[in-house]
Design a binder for this molecule. Structure first.
Ligand code: 1CP
Length: 348
């Protein structure tokens, strides 16, 4: 087997390098015309996710365009709630809608058991992509954090404030914990199956971390992320796969993320690089965190911001360039080219 792209895996193993590896969150998606073309053939987004040949093609699109240092499985975090029978669909231009959301505590006990086989389509995507992708490029598998999955499942859709979810955890704390525990076990099984199917690293997305106070965050989210990481570290099949956790604007301190069994902390846009460096140097790799909005600026501003970022992390052992959150559909794909070239020119 060809050696995996040394840059990305080496960074996860905390090696300093002249040019950091780069990939960007949501790199396959609506900002790319070639994605929109494929997407137009499907009414429901999740039906597209259930077609491995198409997902494989979508993974490869941004790799072909930009020669990123890592690829990420094309799927969604809401495959697990869908597999639990909560009926997830994404309709034209709208976010996710659940036909059977968790409204009452009884809905949790009545929920179907998680059967990892029901997400076979994701493992098939991983297998097929691993075969089609340049063997030197690592493939990232992913899952949503239990908290983020619970938030969508209780709310029944996306939301600004997730008020139903907040009142559910206040009024039914024990049941919320029961649900989060089920989701953590499901995430572990799901990630394990992705690893068996060929992914080389995994990332957990805690996209709704920002909804919780510091105390709530530790209780309702971080506890379950730790559970997943611990289970991955204890299983001989998964223990060697590097792990990344990305949390959107969490209210706890960076020190709380100095987790055992975690390879890399994914920095949200608001994180100050210097603070992150002082906390994680020598124990964890760091990934991030250019503000995606910079990609709306002139090329010169993009280049300047890249150079600033690179100089911050110049001597940091284990830095991966990424945005501080997913790329948005309003970005011109040419700007991503400017970004990638700026990074590679700086290091050459
Ligand atoms: O209609 C469309 O074309 C759907 C757009 C879309 C895409 C391209 C959705 C619906 N999901 C995805 C793919 C996706 N989602 C990927 C693979 C693509 C890649 O990264 O290259 C990944 C990793 C995700 C993960 C995901 N889904 C997250 C975590 C990342 C983040 O940005 O914080 C979240 C929160 C979701 C939920 C979701 N799925 C889709 C949408 C529009 C949303 C967000 C809904 C909301 O605003 O709450």
């Amino acid at each position: 087997m060809t050696e995996l792209n040394r840059n990305f895996i080496a960074a996860l193993n905390r090696k300093t390098q002249k040019t950091p590896p780069i990939w960007i969150m949501r790199q396959a998606g609506r900002y790319l015309p070639e994605y929109r073309k494929v997407r137009s053939n499907f009414k429901n987004f999740l039906d597209m996710c259930k077609t491995p040949e198409i997902c494989c093609e979508l993974v490869l699109q941004p790799i072909e365009r930009y020669d990123f240092d890592a690829a990420i499985i094309f799927s969604d975090i809401l495959t697990i709630p869908d597999a639990l029978g909560l009926g997830v669909s994404f309709l034209e231009g709208k976010g996710p809608i659940f036909s059977n959301p968790i409204k009452r505590p009884e809905d949790i006990s009545n929920m179907a058991n998680f059967n990892p086989d029901s997400l076979d389509y994701v493992y098939k995507t991983a297998e097929l992509t691993r075969k089609e992708l340049n063997p030197s490029i690592p493939l990232i598998g992913f899952a949503g954090s239990p908290w983020t999955l619970a938030a969508y499942s209780i709310e029944g859709s996306s939301s600004k404030n997730f008020d139903l979810t907040k009142s559910f955890i206040e009024n039914h704390s024990d049941d919320a914990h029961k649900f989060l525990d089920i989701l953590a076990d499901a995430c572990f099984e799901y990630l394990k199956r992705q690893i068996i199917s060929g992914v080389d690293a995994i990332q957990i997305f805690d996209s709704w971390a920002n909804l919780l106070s510091e105390e709530q965050y530790l209780e309702y989210s971080l506890k379950y992320i730790k559970k997943i990481l611990k289970k991955l570290s204890e299983d001989p099949i998964t223990s060697k796969t590097p792990t990344i956790v990305f949390a959107r604007d969490p209210k706890c301190t960076l020190n709380e993320f100095k987790l055992d069994n975690l390879s890399c902390y994914g920095m949200f846009t608001s994180i100050d690089p210097r603070s992150a460096i002082s906390v994680f140097e020598g124990t964890h790799a760091l990934q991030g965190n250019l503000d995606p909005k910079i990609l709306l600026e002139e090329d010169s501003v993009i280049k300047e911001s890249v150079l600033k970022m690179l100089s911050e992390f110049k001597d940091f052992p284990g830095y991966i360039f990424n945005l501080g959150h997913g790329i948005t559909p309003d970005i011109n794909p040419d700007k991503v080219k400017v970004l990638v070239e700026a990074i590679r020119e700086a290091g050459s």
